[in-house]
Design a protein around this ligand. Sequence first.
Ligand SMILES: Cc1ncc(COP(=O)(O)O)c(C=O)c1O
Length: 351
Amino acid sequence: MDQHVAEAIGRPDLIRLDDRLLCLRFETMKVVSALAAVRHLLDTGVVRRGDTLLDSSSGIYAYALALACHRHGMRCHIVGSTTVDHTLRTQLAVLGATLEQMEPSSDLKLDQKRRVERIHEILAAHPEYHWMRQYHDDIHYLGYRAIADRVHEETGGARLTVVGGVGSGASTGALTRYLRDRDARTPRGAAGDVDLVGVQPFGSLTFGAQHTSDPEIIIAGIGSSIPFGNVSHELYDTLHWISFDAALAGAVDLLRRHALFAGLSTGAAYLAARHERERRPGRTVLFIAPDTGHRYVDTVFARHDEAAPLGHFTPQDIADQTELTLPWSRMPWNRRSHPPRESTSMESLTT
Ligand SMILES: Cc1ncc(COP(=O)(O)O)c(C=O)c1O
């Protein structure tokens, strides 16, 4: 029996959509990651019960950290982006977490930059606060080990392609790292049998697409305008850049075809996963669904009549980022270890 609701929420569902397409479905991803991260900080004496944990979030991590703080008797302070909605604001307030929300902005870069600046101001005033640095501190990988073990057991060691949106990089990176570790340790397995496909919005710097932009809107939770230490570039085999319109069509199709109600980054991952499934017979494709569709009722699902059929979209195969084209581009990454040239300087944002 679980000792706290965070443990139940952190456990994802593993759903077979067809013979070679699986969905790892979270109600709210990152709860398991935040729980393990906070437990690690307590166990190693970096923080003590009652201390204040601080971070910036577009929503999902805020909720996860608030639950982990509730579980472990910590205080929680969040600098939230404009994508933190009324439901989440209200829950955070009742949970006892404090939230500072940035002014509305459709500019991802500005929004992230302002949040990081605000964190530095808060730390200057409260040096005793602990900054969780979900984008940079790899303690956020730890919680995904148990999920990787479960995926490994339930898929019977099938040759897997993992597909997921890349924000901090922790979920896709950790799952794949731990799955490859498991593979390396099983007699019939071979390290590298797990392929990793990352999904990005246009405009994201993480894999070098900062010169492009999506006219419609940002996809909450994925992409970045600043370099993130938790993205392990060398884990990714393939990248997909997917526009808002295509992600919307994916999210609507996923609900129509499979009755699975999930958010926009899931819609994008589903589209990429279906493509990889067709492209690579012999592999089972597992895509990550990090949140439910509730936040997207007005912006996505109410527009279901506008959703183009999935057949309307095919990715443009590109060799490098100069060829990036909306609505959808696909590029081999081949586990290159280096980040794109523009992101080699980590500036003061990583500190
Ligand atoms: C909706 C959504 N999808 C995908 C992601 C990406 O997850 P990660 O930060 O583990 O890369 C996030 C992260 O916040 C998210 O909120």
